[in-house]
Design a protein around this ligand. Structure first.
Ligand SMILES: Nc1nc2c(c(=O)[nH]1)N[C@H]1C(S)=C(S)[C@@H](COP(=O)(O)OP(=O)(O)OC[C@H]3O[C@@H](n4cnc5c(=O)[nH]c(N)nc54)[C@H](O)[C@@H]3O)O[C@H]1N2
Ligand SMILES: Nc1nc2c(c(=O)[nH]1)N[C@H]1C(S)=C(S)[C@@H](COP(=O)(O)OP(=O)(O)OC[C@H]3O[C@@H](n4cnc5c(=O)[nH]c(N)nc54)[C@H](O)[C@@H]3O)O[C@H]1N2
Ligand code: SF4
Ligand SMILES: [Mo]
Length: 704
């Protein structure tokens, strides 16, 4: 029996894997605190990809003709595949410079892989062109948290603390389907007499557990948060002592919300003014009674071109009520991917070095370069954000922009399905001279590649993940990988050793996860996300360790880790949180005559992300995409449940059966993105601060 963690979401449910003969069984690891004995359907069926007939077990290489024509993928040896990749990358670098090569990582990769991938890009390839799918996940919350609170850790306290809130506002989260074991905290909170408020254009299974459900027009949440703060101020419920002692910038925000009276919110958001008042009254009463208010955001409010402003506005509400720093109160973001948290800390982000350091900070560059054994001047600067990187692929230089990359290495993302404006992105991928994808299965993206590298899956390898609480956990190898596959760390090392960039001769590369983790600890030491005091042994002994956890003191005393943040001070140098002014702009694309409806996208319980893994698991029966719409809209379109509809936007088209439900706004349709198609429709407008694409709203036309 081996204890490990689920291959999927940010809860990283503790699980036990037991081998009996050839069989492998999975059950919850009852003592692990985050899931405390629970798992969702995806966790229970996670062993379904073991021995799957579609599992990749040999590298594949595509030959191209003299004229660039593409042959079929054919089996190759590891040496042939890695020599080919390294040789082409060296040639491209020599001919076009290091930024001709791009790297695309993922928040599903272990900390060790994310760290090694960043080092591969900056040291072995010397490229600035690295970013990852986390940009599409929680970047708006990360950017807002950094600016307002001075530190970005999804939850500032362990998940179970959520139960202590007296009012919990879930803004754009469907956690009953996206983190099911967390939903019982809502039930317990309500048993204690607390209230749950859900803000979602759809009445989801999460909204079914709420005392109050507000259903705004997609893309208008910022106005709601501004309106709530307006009412809190009008009622005199601002915690003035807290604001004076622990924050700066309040006066400018006071001016900003003055004009957001409830009737104006009603006009913008399509929520009755009385419902806005009902929400504000709950918060005001709780504040006056000395109770706790907690606001948690997720992708519903973050994946917008004003996602980071919306998060800032909700943080302003929490600060005005005097909540952040108290246990079970304040603000948090529900991170999504398995290592969505750690994946944003250790250097696979375009502007970042390990330890959540900035690549533009000379001190950070010197520290990390010393750990790596290179001259700091060799490290490139900041690169393009995920969508901008994909959009630039294969493009020649223009008077205003340098040429885009001509080769890309992808680890852990199925871009063809999950990128916004996916037809356009797929065309950019096709324009590359060389696309290399490491994956477990032939995902839609791997199917486009010139070289496919088959890698191990979670139960076949060891590494750490940092869950939504900031708790660093250890996945342990439980089974032997199929012969022919390698770990991502072996792939990275194999390439780095072949690339040998000038000035990097002294750099060492390890594919042993525990060694890589120790190096990550040194690289992160002194940074915001300091892991220097965390070891595999401690993680095993303590059910995970919360960062920051600096190295032991000079007298050898270990740091206990930091389960709870902000009790005394926030992350800014002066210890104070910042109120920041936002500006309501509305969604980038508004409905018009040709595209009269709002389209939004999201998840269902039984599928994970691009579906590359879960669509192949028998028990999670592949239902295919659907179009959720209100009975009134269905009647207007002359359609009924199960009939095939066409959804069109300015970018593409999708045909899928109707699912008629009365819990969605009549002006809105919803499509899950786990299958090819939803993202042919979505808009690639970006948030100016976080560079998050507007996955959650665009204008659409639907016809029967
Ligand atoms: N089953 C399952 N669980 C998952 C995942 C998965 O793929 N499948 N993925 C994981 C990952 S990476 C992530 S990021 C999380 C995401 O977790 P969530 O953020 O909970 O999931 P989503 O379904 O993307 O979006 C949440 C809700 O936002 C609503 N919404 C849409 N537009 C708006 C809007 O304009 N305003 C508001 N207020 N709400 C809106 C949608 O109706 C949806 O119910 O889930 C994680 N868990
Ligand atoms: N329309 C719309 N689009 C969205 C969203 C939305 O709400 N709406 N949400 C966005 C969000 S929040 C996210 S997080 C993204 C996620 O979307 P993707 O970035 O596509 O994420 P996954 O589907 O998890 O892709 C993981 C891929 O890597 C493989 N893989 C799994 N583990 C490993 C590993 O350890 N190593 C390697 N090399 N490969 C591995 C899997 O088989 C799969 O092919 O989608 C985004 N796209
Ligand atoms: S998918 Fe998430 S909630 Fe479900 S078992 Fe895995 S970690 Fe737990
Ligand atoms: Mo995500």
């Amino acid at each position: 029996m081996t204890t490990t963690h689920c291959p999927y979401c940010s809860l990283q449910c503790g699980m036990r894997l037991t081998r009996e003969g050839r069989a492998l069984t999975v059950e919850p690891w009852a003592e692990f605190p985050t899931n405390a004995g629970a798992m969702c359907r995806k966790g229970w069926t996670s062993t379904g990809l073991r021995g799957h007939r579609e599992r990749l077990t040999t590298p594949l290489v595509r030959d191209r003709g003299e004229d660039g024509s593409r042959g079929e993928l054919r089996p190759a040896t590891w040496d042939e595949a890695l020599d080919l990749v390294a040789g082409r990358l060296v040639d491209l670098r020599a001919e076009h410079g290091p930024d001709a090569v791009a790297v695309f990582g993922a928040g599903g990769l272990t900390n060790e892989k994310a760290y090694a991938l960043g080092k591969l890009a900056r040291v072995a390839l010397g490229t600035s062109q690295i970013d990852y799918n986390g940009r599409w996940c929680m970047s708006s919350a990360a950017s807002a948290g950094l600016r307002a609170l001075g530190l970005d850790r999804g939850l500032p306290f362990p998940l179970a603390d959520v139960e202590q809130a007296d009012v919990l506002v879930l803004a754009g989260s469907n956690l009953a389907e996206t983190a099911p074991p967390a939903a019982r905290h809502l039930d317990r909170l309500r048993e204690r007499g607390g209230r749950v408020v859900v803000v979602d254009p759809r009445r989801t299974p999460t909204a079914d557990r709420a005392d109050l459900h507000l259903a705004p027009v997609p893309g208008t949440d910022l106005a709601l948060a501004l309106g709530v703060l307006h009412l809190v101020m009008a009622a005199g419920a601002v915690d003035e002592a807290y604001v004076a002692e622990r924050t700066t910038g309040f006066d400018a925000v006071r001016d900003e919300v003055a004009a957001w009276w409830p009737e104006r919110v009603e006009r913008v958001c399509g929520i009755a003014a009385d419902e806005v008042r009902a929400l504000a009254d709950l918060l005001i009463a709780t504040q006056r009674a000395g109770g706790r208010v907690l606001v948690l955001t997720a992708r519903g409010v973050e994946q917008h071109s004003q996602g980071s402003d919306t998060v800032l506005a909700w943080i302003n509400v929490a600060l005005a009520l005097g909540m952040p720093g108290r246990t079970g109160a304040g603000y948090g973001c529900l991170t999504g991917q398995g290592n969505g948290q750690g994946g944003r800390e250790h250097g696979q982000k375009a502007d970042q070095l390990p330890g959540y350091r900035s690549i533009e900070d000379p001190g950070a560059r010197a520290h990390v370069a010393a750990v790596w054994g290179v001259d700091p001047d060799l490290l490139p600067g900041k690169g393009r954000s995920a969508y901008e990187l994909l959009d630039a692929l294969g493009r020649p230089a223009t008077p205003t922009a340098p040429a885009g990359p001509r080769a890309m290495l992808v680890l852990g993302s199925n871009i063809v399905v999950s990128a916004p404006n996916a037809l356009h992105v797929t065309e950019r991928l096709r324009s590359l001279d060389l696309l290399v994808v490491a994956d477990l299965v032939l995902s839609e993206t791997a199917a486009l590649a010139d070289v496919v590298l088959p890698v191990t899956q979670w139960a076949e390898e060891t590494g750490t993940m940092t869950n939504l609480e900031g708790r660093v956990v250890l996945r342990q190898r439980a089974i032997t990988p199929p012969s022919g596959v390698r770990t991502d760390l072996e792939v990275i090392t194999g390439l780095a050793e072949r690339l040998k960039a000038p000035g990097t001769e002294a750099v060492t590369w390890s594919s042993d996860p525990e060694e890589v983790f120790a190096e990550l600890g040194r690289a992160s030491a002194g940074g915001v996300a300091d892991y220097a005091g965390i070891t595999y042994d401690r993680i095993r002994a303590e059910h995970g360790v919360f960062w920051p956890c600096p190295a032991p003191a000079a007298d050898g005393t270990a740091h206990p880790g930091t389960p709870r943040l902000f009790a005394e001070r926030f992350g800014h140098p002066d210890g104070r949180a910042r109120f920041l002014v936002t500006s309501y702009r509305g969604a980038a694309e508004q409905p018009c005559e040709a595209y009269p409806l709002h389209l939004t996208t999201g998840r269902v319980l039984g599928q994970y992300q691009s579906g590359a893994q879960t669509r192949r698991i028998r028990e999670l029966a592949d239902t295919g995409p659907f179009v959720e719409l209100h009975p009134l809209l269905a009647r207007r379109l002359g359609t009924a449940d199960g009939e095939v509809l066409t959804v069109r936007t300015r970018r593409g088209e999708l045909r899928a059966p109707a699912r008629v439900v009365d819990g969605i706004r009549p002006d809105t349709v919803f499509v899950p993105f786990h299958w090819v198609g939803a993202n042919r429709l979505t808009n690639d407008a970006l948030d100016p601060a976080s560079r998050m694409p507007e996955f959650k709203v665009c204008a659409a036309a639907v016809s029967a």
